[in-house]
Design a protein around this ligand. Structure first.
Ligand SMILES: [Zn+2]
Length: 144
């Protein structure tokens, strides 16, 4: 496995609310916070359910085979954050999970021609190892 030693981009901080999400990402899995009261998924993770206000939350492991569709996207030709200047243009999407379309996960679509991206295009989640112990979820165009 290839590891980058000088990763320049920001690495998301783990917090009390989100560490289950990022710990799962480090294992190349998607785990979503869910309300124990009304069963709504909560993403991004937080201290309470935005649907019903309950602070009783639990976590559901969705595994490593995650499909979604492009809900919205932009193609960025300038780096908004350090480290992205080497990978322009960057395709940033908000993707709706096939298993839970109300859940939208924002990440880059990597390894694609921006001309191939449009709303409704199928995606697969992939994880990029950015340090020895951190991995970030990203999207790839799904092969048909
Ligand atoms: Zn709820």
């Amino acid at each position: 496995m290839t590891k980058q030693t000088a990763y320049e981009k920001p690495i998301p901080l783990k917090t009390l609310d989100n560490h289950e999400y990022w710990d799962a990402a480090d294992r190349h899995e998607l785990k979503l916070q869910k309300c124990a009261e009304c069963s709504s998924f909560i993403h991004p993770p937080g201290p309470a359910c935005p649907t019903c206000g309950s602070p009783e939350t639990e976590w559901e492991l969705l595994g490593s085979d995650i499909s979604a569709t492009v809900y919205s996207y932009i193609v960025s030709y300038r780096p908004f954050l350090p480290g992205f200047q080497h990978e322009l243009p960057t395709v940033i999407t908000v993707a709706a999970l096939d298993a839970a379309p109300d859940v939208k996960i924002m990440a880059n679509i990597i390894g694609c021609d921006p001309a191939d991206v449009e709303i409704g295009v199928p995606l697969k989640m992939t994880w990029v190892d950015v340090t020895d112990d951190r991995a970030l979820p990203q999207w790839m165009l799904a092969r048909k």
